[in-house]
Design a binder for this molecule. Structure first.
Ligand SMILES: Cc1cc2nc3c(=O)[nH]c(=O)nc-3n(C[C@H](O)[C@H](O)[C@H](O)COP(=O)(O)O)c2cc1C
Length: 332
C-alpha cells in the first residue's frame, strides 16, 4: 500500500479508520492498526471543554497509545480559534498526549448540538473562521520538538443543494492545513443518501496545487468501493467509517485489493466473537466494567452481523452487564 506523507508524518498506507464517536475507542484503534489501518484518529473532542474543564474530563475520548496505535491523531472540534490554542496548550503539557503525531479538526459534524455552536459542519459557512482555526492550531504547535501537522475533515456542503465547496477547501489549505479529508455528503444528509463523488472530486481539484494529501470518505465497504472512490475523486487515500464498525478485517481486505492481491481471508464466526471479547476486555482497562459494557452495546451488534442467530444474540448481548456474561452468551 502507498504510504502518505502528511506534513512530514508518514502514515504507512492510504486507508484509515474514520473517526467515530463511540466507536474509535483507543482499544479499537489499536486493533485496526494491526489489521492495516494507516492511522485512526480519536473521535471528536471539544476544544472548549479542554480549555475550561481541563484534560481529565475529556480523557476517555482523548487518550492515545503511541505503542499500540503507531501514528496517533487527536480530533478536536470547536468554533473559536482561542479554544484550539488553549486546548493544544493543555495537550502539550501532558506527558502522553504531547506525543501525538497529528491534530485533526472536525469541520463536518452535522449534529445540531455541535452545529448550533458554530462548530463542525457550521464552519463550512465561515471559511474565514475555519482558516483562523487552522492558523491558530499551526501557531500553537510551532516551535515544539517535533512537527505536528494539522488536518481537516469536512463535508461537501452545509446546505442540501451544495455540491462541493472548493473555496472552503482552498481557504483551509491557504491557512496551512496539511491534509484534507472530505466526506461526500452534505450536513442535512447526515449519513443517508449517496456519497457524491463528483463533489468530492471538485474539492480535491481545488487543493491539487497545494501539494497536500487528500482523502475521500463515504460508503467504502470493501476493496472495490475503496478503489473506485480513489479513482473517481483523485484522492490519495480513503477513510472508512461505518463499514469498519466491529469489522477491523476490512482494512486487510481493502489493502489486499488495492495491492492487487487476492488473498482476502474473511473472519470466521469464532474469530468475530473472539474479537468482540477482545475489544470489550480492552475497553474495561480504561473504565468501570459495567460502564464499558453499556457503552459497548452500540458496537456489539456490528461484530455479530451475519452470524447465525444474530438477532437473538444481539438482544442477549445488549442486556449483559459484565464481560463474563458476554463470554457466556458467546459460548467462548
Ligand atoms: C456513529 C458515528 C460517529 C461519528 N463520529 C464522528 C466523529 O467523531 N468525527 C468525525 O469527523 N466524523 C464522525 N463520523 C463520521 C464518519 O467519520 C464518516 O465521515 C462517515 O460515517 C462517512 O463515512 P462512511 O460512509 O464510511 O461511514 C461519525 C459517524 C458515525 C456513523
Amino acid at each position: 500500500m502507498n504510504s502518505v506523507n502528511i506534513g512530514g508524518v508518514t502514515i504507512p498506507g492510504n486507508v484509515a479508520l474514520s473517526p467515530m464517536a463511540g466507536v474509535s475507542h483507543i482499544t479499537y484503534r489499536g486493533i485496526c492498526r494491526e489489521f492495516g489501518a494507516a492511522y485512526a484518529p480519536t473521535e471528536l473532542v471539544s476544544a472548549r471543554s479542554i480549555r475550561y474543564n481541563g484534560l481529565e474530563k475529556s480523557m476517555q475520548y482523548l487518550r492515545i497509545d503511541p505503542a499500540s496505535e503507531g501514528i496517533t491523531a487527536i480530533q478536536l472540534f470547536g468554533a473559536e480559534p482561542e479554544d484550539f490554542t488553549a486546548a493544544i496548550g493543555k495537550i502539550m503539557e501532558d506527558e502522553v498526549l504531547s506525543q501525538v503525531d497529528i491534530i485533526d479538526i472536525n469541520m463536518g459534524c452535522p449534529v445540531p448540538k455541535v452545529v448550533k455552536t458554530g462548530a463542525g459542519s457550521a464552519l463550512m459557512n465561515s471559511p474565514e473562521t475555519a482558516a483562523s482555526i487552522v492558523r491558530a492550531c499551526k501557531e500553537a504547535l510551532k516551535g515544539l520538538p517535533k512537527k505536528i501537522p494539522v488536518t481537516v475533515k469536512t463535508r461537501i456542503g452545509f446546505e442540501a443543494g451544495d455540491c462541493g465547496k472548493p473555496e472552503f477547501a482552498k481557504a483551509v489549505a491557504d491557512a496551512g492545513c496539511d491534509m484534507l479529508c472530505v466526506h461526500g455528503r452534505t450536513r442535512p444528509q447526515m449519513y443517508t443518501g449517496e456519497c457524491n463523488r463528483k463533489a468530492v472530486a471538485l474539492m480535491r481539484e481545488a487543493v491539487r496545487g497545494y501539494d497536500i494529501p487528500f482523502f475521500a470518505n463515504g460508503d467504502v465497504t470493501d476493496g472495490t468501493s475503496a478503489a473506485s472512490l480513489i479513482e473517481e475523486t483523485g484522492a490519495d487515500g480513503v477513510m472508512i467509517g461505518r463499514a469498519a464498525r466491529g469489522n477491523p478485517w476490512i482494512f486487510a481486505e481493502v489493502a489486499s485489493y488495492l495491492d492487487g492481491r487476492s488473498d482476502i481471508v474473511l473472519p470466521s464466526e469464532q474469530e468475530k466473537k473472539e474479537m468482540l471479547l477482545r475489544e470489550i476486555k480492552g475497553r474495561c482497562r480504561y473504565c468501570d466494567e459495567e460502564i464499558a459494557v453499556r457503552e459497548f452495546r452500540s458496537v456489539m451488534p456490528f461484530y455479530i452481523k451475519g452470524i447465525r442467530g444474530a438477532a437473538k444474540l444481539k438482544v442477549r448481548l445488549c442486556s449483559a452487564l459484565t464481560v463474563d456474561e458476554i463470554k457466556e452468551i458467546l459460548e467462548l
